[in-house]
Design a protein around this ligand. Structure first.
Ligand SMILES: Nc1ncnc2c1ncn2[C@@H]1O[C@H](COP(=O)(O)OP(=O)(O)OP(=O)(O)O)[C@@H](O)[C@H]1O
Ligand SMILES: [Mg+2]
Length: 450
C-alpha cells in the first residue's frame, strides 16, 4: 500500500519536516498535525491509514500523559498508531501499547526500523480489512443454514450453546463433509470474539519450511526469501479465533513448534526477538483418528491435550437420517435460487432414496446431488431418477472382482461424479493427494476441469 496516508503528529516542526521528507520519498501521502486538537480533527476528517504519534507533546513535559490521552481518543477510529518515544522511556511505550498503540519507535529513530514498522502495521491492517470484508460477505450470505433436527445434532447444539461463549479450546471430529468447518464458523459467531476475525489455517496445505512464517509471521530479511514483512496467522486472529483445519495432517516435526506457543501463550515473529502474546481461541478439526495416530507415534499426545478441552464429534449423515428432509429442503431452496428455478418439491420416492444412500461424502456429497437434481428438473418436482443415485441395494457396494486398474478407474469416476467434478474434494473422498488424483485422471483420460 504505497500511497497510504500517514498522519505525522509532532509538535516539533523540524521533526515533522524530517519525517515528511523521509516518508513522502517512499510514496506515502502525508498529513501533519502539531497539537492534540489538530490530530483528532485531521484523523476524523481525513481518515489516515496510520498515525505516527509523538508521546512528548508540550516540550516541557516528558511524562507522555498528553500522548496517552490522544491515543485514547484515537482508539474508536481503529487506525493503527505507532508511538514515538524519547529514548529510554520504555515504560511509557509499554503503557501506550497496553492502551492500544500498535508499535513504538524510539527517537532519534532508526530509518529502517521506522519504515519497517510502518510497512508491517499497514500490511496488518490491510489484511484485517480484507478479513472484515470477507466476514461481511459471509454475513451477507447468511442463508448458510445449519440443519440440526436429529437427536445427535440437537445434542451438539446444546453443547455448542454452552461452550461457544467460553474460551475453551474445541476439537471437532467427523468424516469428510460432515460440516466441521461450518460448525467452527458457527462457534466463532456465537462467541464473544465474533467481532474479531476467524482465521482458518489448513494444516495440510502449508509447506513445512514456511510453517513458522505462516503462523508467526516474519520480518523482511529474516530468511533468504523473506522479501517483505509478513503478518502471521496468530497475529491476524488476534482477539479472535484461529481455526486449525486438518490438524491430523500436521507433520510430527512441526508439532513441537505449535505445542510451544500453545503451552506458553507466547511466540516470536521470525527475525524479531520481541515476544508476542497470543490472544486467540483455538478450534481444530480433523477427519483423522487422532488416537490411532498417537499410537502410531504420528501425533503427539501432549499436543492433543492442548487442543481437546472440548471434543465435538459430528456423526456421519447415514447415522442421522432425520436430518435428510431438512437438508433436502435447505439445498433445494439454495440451488433453485442460484439457478433461478421455480419453487421445487421433492417426491416421496426421491426422499426415500436419499435416505437409503450411504453418503460417503456426507453433506457435501448430498449438496452436490441436490444441485445436480435441481439443474436436471424441468417440472416442479424432483424425482428419484434425477438424483442419479445408484440403486439403493448397491449402496453397500458389493465389490466385483475385476482387474484392479479397472476398479481404480471406476472409483475415481464415481468420486468425480459424487463431487460434481471437484478435484480437491474427490481427492479427499479417495484419501489421496490432489496431485495423485490429477495423475490418475490423466492416465485414465477422465474428463475434469482444472
Ligand atoms: N448441518 C448442516 N446444515 C446445512 N449445511 C451443512 C451442514 N453441515 C454441512 N453443511 C454444508 O455441507 C458442506 C460441507 O461442510 P463443511 O465444509 O463444513 O464440511 P467439513 O467437515 O469441514 O469437510 P472436510 O472434512 O472436507 O473439511 C458445506 O457446503 C456446508 O455448508
Ligand atoms: Mg472442512
Amino acid at each position: 500500500m504505497t500511497n497510504a496516508t500517514i498522519l505525522i503528529a509532532d509538535d516539533d516542526e523540524d521533526i515533522r519536516l524530517a519525517l515528511n521528507l523521509l516518508l513522502s520519498a517512499q510514496g506515502y501521502q502525508i498529513i501533519e498535525a502539531a497539537n492534540a486538537k489538530e490530530i483528532i480533527i485531521e484523523s476524523n476528517r481525513q481518515q489516515p491509514d496510520l498515525v505516527l504519534l509523538d508521546m512528548n507533546f508540550s516540550r516541557d513535559t516528558t511524562s507522555g500523559q498528553e500522548g496517552l490521552a490522544i491515543l485514547e481518543q484515537l482508539q474508536p477510529l481503529n487506525i493503527p498508531v505507532i508511538l514515538m518515544t524519547a529514548w529510554g522511556s520504555i515504560e511509557l511505550a509499554v503503557e501506550g501499547l497496553q492502551k492500544g498503540a500498535n508499535d513504538f519507535i524510539e527517537k532519534p529513530w532508526n530509518k529502517l526500523k521506522l519504515l519497517n514498522s510502518i510497512k508491517q502495521q499497514l500490511s496488518f491492517s490491510r489484511a484485517k480489512e480484507q478479513n472484515q470484508g470477507y466476514r461481511q460477505l459471509l454475513a451477507g450470505d447468511n442463508k448458510k443454514a445449519w440443519v440440526c433436527l436429529s437427536e445427535s445434532m440437537q445434542a451438539i447444539e446444546t453443547l455448542v450453546a454452552q461452550i461457544a461463549p467460553t474460551d475453551a479450546n474445541i476439537l471437532i471430529l467427523g468424516e469428510n463433509g460432515t460440516g466441521k468447518s461450518l460448525l467452527a464458523e458457527r462457534i466463532h459467531q456465537l462467541s464473544s470474539r465474533q467481532q474479531a476475525p476467524l482465521i482458518a489455517v489448513n494444516m495440510a496445505a502449508i509447506p513445512d519450511n514456511l510453517f513458522e512464517s505462516e503462523l508467526f509471521g516474519h520480518q523482511k530479511g529474516a530468511f533468504t526469501d523473506a522479501k517483505q514483512n509478513r503478518v502471521g496467522r496468530f497475529q491476524l486472529a488476534d482477539k479472535g479465533t484461529l481455526f486449525f483445519d486438518e490438524i491430523g495432517s500436521l507433520p510430527l516435526t512441526l508439532q513441537p513448534k505449535l505445542l510451544r506457543v500453545l503451552e506458553t501463550g507466547h511466540y516470536e515473529i521470525l527475525g524479531s526477538s520481541q515476544t508476542q502474546v497470543a490472544d486467540v481461541r483455538l478450534i481444530s478439526a480433523t477427519n483423522a483418528n487422532l488416537n490411532q495416530l498417537i499410537s502410531e507415534q504420528a501425533f503427539r499426545q501432549d499436543l492433543l491435550y492442548r487442543l481437546n478441552t472440548i471434543v465435538i464429534t459430528i456423526p456421519p449423515l447415514r447415522e442421522r437420517l432425520e436430518d435428510i428432509p431438512g437438508l433436502a429442503n435447505c439445498f433445494i431452496t439454495k440451488f433453485s435460487e442460484k439457478y433461478r428455478k421455480q419453487a421445487l418439491n421433492i417426491s416421496p420416492c426421491a426422499l426415500s432414496k436419499l435416505k437409503q444412500h450411504n453418503w460417503p461424502g456426507n453433506i457435501r456429497e448430498f449438496s452436490h446431488v441436490i444441485e445436480r437434481a435441481v439443474l436436471l428438473t424441468s417440472g416442479g418436482e424432483i424425482t428419484a431418477q434425477q438424483l442419479l443415485l445408484e440403486n439403493a441395494d448397491s449402496t453397500n457396494d458389493t465389490v466385483l472382482l475385476q482387474p484392479l486398474e479397472q476398479a481404480e478407474k471406476q472409483l475415481i469416476e464415481k468420486a468425480m461424479t459424487v463431487t460434481g467434478g471437484q478435484v480437491i474434494e474427490a481427492a479427499k473422498l479417495l484419501d489421496i493427494s490432489r496431485n495423485a488424483l490429477y495423475r490418475r485422471l490423466e492416465k485414465f483420460a477422465i474428463h475434469h476441469v482444472e
